[in-house]
Design a binder for this molecule. Sequence first.
Ligand code: F6P
Length: 344
Amino acid sequence: MRVGILTGGGDCPGLNAAIRAVVRKGEVAYGDQLIGFLDAWDGVRERRYIHLDVSSLRGMLPKGGTLLGTRRGSPYDHADGPRQVIDAFSELELDALIVIGGNGSLSVACQLHAEFGLPIVGVPKTIDNDVVGTDVTFGFNTAVQIATDAIDRLHTTAESHDRVMVVEVMGRHAGWIATHAGIAGGATVILIPEQPFDIDEVCSILKQRHGRGRYASIVVVAEGAEPASGTLPPSEKIYDKFGHVRLGGIAETVAHAIEARTGFESRVVLLGHIQRGGTPTAYDRVLSTRYGVEAIDAVHARAWGQMTVLRGNDIVLAPLAETVGRTRPVDLHLYRDVASVFFG
Ligand code: F6P
């Protein structure tokens, strides 16, 4: 078969490992020809692609980022976009397309399959871990490890100076990174998008801690966390060209409010894109490799409109339609009944 691959949305560690796995099994087990589209859907519309084979993927397993490049945006952003994608399938004689992406790219893949019957298989990735249908997306484990390492380092400087360190991690709609890194790093408080926070409650936790002689604290805040209504003024919303709110800055608001209400010296650390960069953890290398192998098997099973997902310990297929327009919130049992046991 002639199979295309693209990576869409924000990059994450493990993308190259997934591409490598598709190519390895496709070429060696099935005798496929594989092409990689550059810069996500733009490469499909504009016929920008490279040939992929086992030798061209050598050394890519531990490399972060994506050798294909990635973009946000969709063919539906262009008047003729879907038609250009359909034409690319016939001109390039594509038998299938594997779309490795987060909620946005997988929703586009689902729509193109549903509207035009395009033979597409999806693979979920994102550091945010918020794709509905799978227990884990690859990239998440690496981001949690990076954030945990940072929190470990912040403890010592916080203790030296008796400061509150407010650490902002990614997590646009879901507090997965904040909750996991907060538990792993021993956070004093964790603030997540799913649970609007009351700054006075945060301050009272910090004051009680100080009362016990613990003068250093780590507050982990997900970038999408929001104050409960009426507690703090809402922050100004800035949008990117795709209509996404450009997040980043809630930690500043929280630190400022903590210092003003408690008098405790506070500092802000924005981990930002560091969480998306660099080499994947062993867990993410294994997960993305398993997804890649399952994806090319799904192509040969003609499982169009499906995506590879992790359920328990098994990689299986689930309809792309399950993810469309939805995000997977953090496990509130984990947040309320485990993480919060250690608040204060
Ligand atoms: O890919 C998900 C994500 O990392 C979010 O957590 C974050 O809000 C967003 O991407 C940042 O996107 P960009 O790299 O386009 O600024």
